[in-house]
Design a protein around this ligand. Structure first.
Ligand SMILES: O=P(O)(O)O[C@@H]1C[C@H](O)[C@@H](CO)O1
Ligand code: URA
Length: 310
């Protein structure tokens, strides 16, 4: 286990929470190139650029993560929401990254493979930058089960498509199972924050992570489908009975990698539709945009509260 800081560098204060990477090979490398961020230890002063980061917000879309940094800049009085914030990863079109004060905002694309790559490089970035006490929050969209569209779900447990709280990964050709346990206290704090906001409905529930948007989520409107409406309803009802309240495509990898690295993590996703009622996203563009803002508002309020408490 290689902490970003050793005890001496931390002034002997073991209460500070370093980012853990668990890879002895990294210590032998002269340079670490974070290829998909277009950043590296030999080319960038990562401690100077990122050493003050305390919150990392991640979500699928680059434009959402850009508008989040504009929003949080205004909330924290660190800048004007209408200002342009440079994309730190402008040298690559894989991911976008924006920073204002202690908040980093990064896009992760769609699905577990994409977010896994981003998180490997993010965890190494935080380690190289010697960050401590970092909280990572996924602000995303999802399909709800039995919830009014627009409801925000804070994830209690991320489960796979068989409702098991695990990430299955193939390493050296063998199955490796990783726990997807998340921080209960953080989820509860976010729920309290939402209650104080009193702006939209928020619940805590299990989030199902699938490998696909269509057949993987029991949709009837993909290019292929070999099951009936009754099969779909049966599966989604089973999911509901297992505590699943929403479905998306990144949470198992997010939860597993937060746990492995010792990062505090939470997943906050708005539901765009009720999957028991349909499959297509029929809400207007403006309505969907309004829904997408909800996790940003909740997480923004949480960050502001935490920073003001210091
Ligand atoms: O963070 P986002 O809203 O991109 O996450 C969900 C899960 C998939 O990546 C995507 C499917 O539309 O939305
Ligand atoms: O139904 C949905 C909506 C957003 N994202 C998903 O993964 N599924």
């Amino acid at each position: 286990m290689t902490p970003g800081f050793n005890d001496e560098q931390r002034g002997g204060d073991k209460s500070l929470n370093p980012i853990y990477i668990k890879n002895p090979h990294l210590d032998l490398m002269k340079e670490d190139i974070l290829y998909h961020f277009n950043l590296g230890t030999a080319t960038h002063d990562l401690p100077a650029m990122f050493g003050d980061v305390k919150f990392v917000c991640v979500g699928g879309s680059p434009s959402r993560m850009k508008s989040f940094i504009q929003f949080i800049a205004g909330e924290l009085n660190l800048g004007n929401p209408t200002d342009e914030y440079p994309n730190i990863c402008a040298g690559t079109d894989r991911f976008s990254m924006f920073k204002v004060g202690p908040v980093l905002s990064i896009s992760h694309g769609m699905g577990v493979p994409s977010i896994s790559i981003m998180l490997h490089e993010l965890i190494k970035l935080l380690h190289h930058a010697r960050c401590i006490d970092v909280t990572v929050l996924r602000i995303g969209t999802s399909g709800g089960i039995g919830l009014k569209p627009g409801t925000v779900v804070i994830t209690r447990q991320s489960v796979d498509a068989s409702f098991v709280p695990q990430l299955e990964q193939i390493i050296l050709g063998k199955k490796v199972l990783r726990s997807t346990e998340l921080d209960d206290t953080l989820a509860e704090e976010l729920l309290q924050c939402s209650k104080q906001l009193n702006d939209f409905e928020t619940v805590i529930g299990n989030t199902m992570c699938t490998l696909d948007f269509y057949e993987g989520q029991a949709r009837l409107d993909g290019a292929f489908c070999s099951y009936t409406e009754a099969d779909k309803q049966g599966y989604l009802t089973e999911a509901y009975q297992a505590g699943v309240r929403n479905i998306e495509m990144e949470s198992t990898a997010f939860a597993a990698m937060c746990k492995l690295s010792g990062l505090q993590g939470a997943i906050v996703c708005v539901t765009l539709l009720d999957r028991l009622e349909g499959d297509q996203l029929t809400s207007s563009h403006d309505q969907l945009h309004d829904y997408q803002l909800r996790p940003q508002i909740l997480v923004g309020t949480y960050i502001k509260k935490k920073l003001n408490a210091v």
